[in-house]
Ligand binder design. Structure first.
Ligand code: AP5
Length: 215
């Protein structure tokens, strides 16, 4: 399995990428999680990225392409991956094409999750995440069985800094301007599969699996 999950902030990319990767026995590569870990460890990458992330802006393409190149090289030979949050611009998509061509590992599909904007805002305002194992919860629709702690590792759950209302507004606008053009890009290449992202998490997973022609 070599797929990309596309969609607006809060559409469920992280939630579905974790489930799909676990089910297919492949790795999930989340550029958002990689950046947040770099911020947590205060590496030079993290310090640069934080300036953009706190405003809901995209981290520059050159930085992101270098990061993903390293991740893919480190995983050469694995049975596959789910890319979550990359590519996000046409320049990133072109770079990904080139990397995959060099490795002779073409993408199988690009899944575009679709959810209306008011539901995205509801999801982002109630999201809580585990800073240790990155598991994602929602205070209403997917609460942790352990309350304010992660079900998997017991760490205290946190609200992401970029889930504040003003930053969310900017992230949605950046998505519309810079990432939505990728829908036509992948449609023209015959890779795009649209999936309705509303409904129980398990149902959305089944829709994706169906679109991929797997069981
Ligand atoms: P990133 O972490 O990738 O954020 P995002 O794309 O904005 O996406 P989110 O993580 O907010 O949402 P999601 O779609 O994963 O939804 P989730 O599953 O969590 O990037 C963060 C920042 O890093 C960017 O703003 C940018 O600055 C930088 N960055 C990252 N990649 C970059 C790149 N390639 N180039 C440049 N910059 C980059 O779900 C959301 C909530 O909804 C959760 O609470 C969940 O429980 C709930 N939920 C999920 N599914 C359902 C459902 N079916 N029903 C009800 N609730 C649901």
């Amino acid at each position: 399995m070599r797929i990309v999950l596309l969609g607006a902030p809060g559409v469920g990319k992280g939630t579905q990428a974790q489930r799909l990767a676990q089910r297919a026995g492949v790795v999930r590569i989340s550029t958002g999680d990689l950046l947040r870990e770099a911020v947590r460890q205060q590496t030079p990458l993290g310090m640069e990225a934080k300036r953009y992330m706190d405003q809901g802006a995209l981290v520059p393409d050159s930085v992101m392409i270098g990061l993903v190149r390293e991740q893919l090289a480190a995983r050469r030979g694995v049975s596959g991956y789910v890319l979550d949050g990359f590519p996000r611009t046409i320049a990133q998509a072109d770079a990904l094409n080139q990397l995959l061509e060099e490795a002779r590992e073409p993408l199988e599909a690009v899944i575009n999750l679709e959810v209306k904007e008011e539901e995205l805002i509801r999801r982002l305002s109630g999201r809580r995440t585990c800073p240790k194992c990155q598991r994602v919860y929602h205070v209403d629709s997917a609460p942790s069985a352990k309350g304010l702690q992660c079900e998997a590792c017991g760490t205290g759950l946190v609200q992401r800094d970029d889930d504040r209302p003003d930053t969310v507004k900017n992230r949605l606008s950046v998505y519309r301007d810079q990432t939505r053009p990728l829908l036509d890009y992948y449609l023209e290449r015959g890779l795009l599969r649209g999936v309705e992202g509303v409904g129980p998490v398990e149902t959305v997973t089944e829709r994706i699996v169906q679109q991929l022609g797997r069981s």
